[in-house]
Each structure stands twice: as C-alpha cells, then as structure tokens.
Design a protein around this ligand. Sequence first.
Ligand code: NAG
Ligand code: NAG
Length: 344
Amino acid sequence: MGFTTTFVIAIFVMMLGTLAYQGMSRTLVDEQASINDLHEQWMKQYGRTYADDAEKERRSQIFKQNMGFVEKFNSEGNRTYKLGYNEFSDLTTQEFLTYYTGYEKPAHYSKSSGIKSFRYENFTDAPTSMDWKDKGAVTPIKNQLQCACCWAFSAVAAVEGITQIKTGKLLSLSEQQLVDCVMDNQGCRGGFMDTAFEYIQENQGISSEENYDYEAMDGTCDTMRSRNPAARITGYEDVPTNNEEALRMAVSAQPVSVAISVGEEFRMYRTGIFSGGCGQTLNHAVTLIGYGESEDGNKYWLVKNSWGETWGEYGYMKLLRESGDAEGVCGIASKASYPTLSTA
Ligand SMILES: *[C@@H]1O[C@H](CO)[C@@H](O)[C@H](O)[C@H]1NC(C)=O
Ligand SMILES: *[C@@H]1O[C@H](CO)[C@@H](O)[C@H](O)[C@H]1NC(C)=O
C-alpha cells in the first residue's frame, strides 16, 4: 500500500472513533462512500443542505480535506490543543476567513487621536486568575454567521461586560446597530472596535439585542431603534501595545476587545491551550473575558469568540499567555481596548 492509501485508511479508522460511526465496511472500495457517509452524517448533525448534487460533491471534497487536516494534526499528538469538526467543516479556510472574520483598521485612523490615559497602569493586585463568566458579566455565545463583523461582536461583548460590572445588569446588546450605524466601519465587510466605541459614546448609548436584533447582513441605520439605548459608555481607552502584563491588569478589571491573527488551525480549534498556527495579519476580533493557569503551569487567556457554540470549547478558547513573544500568541497583545463608564 502506498503512503496515501495507508494515510487515508488511518484517517478513516480515526474518524470511526471520532464520530463513533457504526456498521461501516472498512474495505478500500468503500472508502469514498464512507467519506460521503461521514459527510452526510455531519450534514444531518448541523442541518446543512445544498442546492444540487454538484455542490454537494464539491462540499464533500472540502469536508474530506478538512478531515485529513484535523486527523493528521491530532494524530501527531504533540501540542497542548486539539482540532475538531464544527459547523464550518465544509468550507475552505479562505471562504471561512472571508465570511467569518472582519477586523479592519480604517486607513484614516490615526493613533494620535486615540491617545488617552490607561487607567489600569498602576494596578498591581490583579488576581492570578479571572473568569468574567463566573461573575455574570458575559452573555451567551453568539454567532456572527456569514457577515464579517467580528468587530461588532468584540465591541459589544466588552460593553456588555462593563455595563454588568457597573450596574449589576447583564443585558445582551445590539451588534446589528453597530453594523448599520457606525459609518466609519464597513458593516459586514469589516471594521474596528475603537470606532464602534466612539459611535456608542456619541450616540449616547446602544440598543438591546431584543430591540435591534441581528440579521447578519448590512442594513440602513434605523434611527428610531438606534435612539432607544439600553446601555451607554462614557469613553474608551487603549491598552499599551505588546504588553501582556498591562493587558492582564485590564482584563482583571473588565472584558477587553482585542484583534487577533487567525488561520486554518484557529478555525478548527476544538479544545486545550491554543499556541498557534496563526494567520498572516491581524484579521479577526474577539473579547478577552479572563485568564488563568493550567495544572501543568501553562498560562492562558480566556477568549470569547462569535462563531457559535460548536467551535472550540462551547464557543470559547484558551490561548497561551506569556509565550515570550511581546505581541502575544497570534498578536493578541497588539491592539486591545476597552469601553469606560463613569457613573458619577
Ligand atoms: C509535532 O510533530 C510534527 C510531526 O512529527 C512536527 O512536524 C511538528 O513540528 C511538531 N510540533 C511541535 C510543536 O513539536
Ligand atoms: C500612576 O502613578 C503615577 C505616579 O504616582 C501617577 O503620576 C499617574 O497619574 C498614575 N496613573 C493613573 C492612571 O492613576
């Protein structure tokens, strides 16, 4: 048997274990049929349908490639994290990144306009671990679907956090309002968290998710609904760049919006402490909602993503912290900011 054949059989046998699929013949003749079966099973699990047989065949091939990547990676067994299947397993990485990311700094954004004080600069007493979920400051995992507005989900999660911390009320807030109304950003074609914070401040608030619900597409700013705020902020600040200790001080005080560079492994992340493969450039935005340290001494960030609950650890990721690289793993310390709320 050639390497490819052996390899495909190895993958296939592992898939049997992974998906606990029963009653399939393991002969070579059945191999493609079996991959088709696994794809069908996956389609059922995630409620996927295709327009026609040609599209189904094309998706089945992509599914097979992704399956190969996941099984090869996991079989090497020498990382602190595992990859897996999720609702995106029939997309190519390029398709996935186009639809599901969307971090983009506006060309005209000048750093000087954003220079403000860093209110946590003299913090020294941050606890060794923090999880804002346990403190009731994190809403359930959301899904941006095929709209590249990660920036809106990242900013909203940070605003939801500071709102709960300052007022005691956890409210789900509106990403769609930001997609429709932040004119400095590109809606479903990309955007930036600081301009979203600026908008929320100038608009004197942001609506609830319930009032201005998510549609995963660009729309016209609804002035009635956008002027019915459920939460407000009084400003925002940037965390000093490439300083994970400063970032930890900020996250100890509130959830923080961050840019990150993601690629193939990131999108297939299932569990454990992720330490890269990253992308080429800052292309996605998420929210840091805590940090901690594993029993074997690996420090990590707790990341809230906007890719639904089938991705990662029920929608969350542990990302290696203090890797020794100033930018942090996948550039996590490159561009961090948080909304402020003075309740004087
Ligand atoms: C894990 O093993 C693979 C295959 O042996 C190797 O290519 C890769 O560099 C290893 N990775 C690490 C982080 O050790
Ligand atoms: C931090 O401490 C320095 C020195 O005491 C002080 O000048 C600065 O204003 C403090 N920063 C903040 C944000 O409180």
